[in-house]
Design a protein around this ligand. Sequence first.
Ligand SMILES: [Zn+2]
Ligand SMILES: [Zn+2]
Length: 254
Amino acid sequence: MEILPLGVGEAFAKTLFQTNYFVLPADGEPFLVDFGYTAPRALAAWGIAMESVPRVLVSHLHADHIGGLEELGFTGAFLWEDRARLYVPENLLPLLWDHCLSGGMGQRLRQADGSTREAALDTYFTVESVAPGAELQFGSVTVRPFATPHVPGRFSWGFHLHDRGTGGTVMLSCDSCFNRANVESYGADADAVFHDCQLRSNGAHIHATLDELLTLPDAWQRKILLVHYADDWQGFTGSAGSMRFARQGERYRF
Ligand SMILES: [Zn+2]
Ligand SMILES: [Zn+2]
């Protein structure tokens, strides 16, 4: 599979796009992991037509991960006349429309017979609810979601990806506090772990900090590609141990 980080920035980055991924299985159609509010511009920057990747797997509900869905939904429903497909963990699904998208996308739609009906999430998207422990198949890539500790009291998910075509395996931490048990469980057979990284502690304690990641043994650090980092990351390239900073727009093959 090929993984192209559309961006590698944290939520507040201004020179980096947000950490969302384009995944191209060895065999089958591409899909996206998350679609933040910089994702439409990032796709354009990397020469990928939004219409060519109408499948999005959602990790959690922060705007840097779902903020582009309004544009994707409107474009799909009204321009392509083919709704994008969303894969949403079932415990996030009730919140996605009611708490996030309905304010901008809710409306009364006029029917052919002159009557009206309220728009809903499935007006704009084909929605697949993902149960805990489910396995999703995207062409030759099998995706296993797992729960991550991110914001207290709110669900969020990371993903384990295995491509049966190449044998390549990758762990995407998505947004997560440092959780060594998750890394050891879902990164054990991985060729690489894309891990979020807060370069400086900021008091919010909702991401893995660089210092926490540096407590991993060297063999683990060699697998780690840092993402979700701040604009001034270049000042940290000499202090990341054996971990590498993933670069946005680059194609990583596994
Ligand atoms: Zn984020
Ligand atoms: Zn988040």
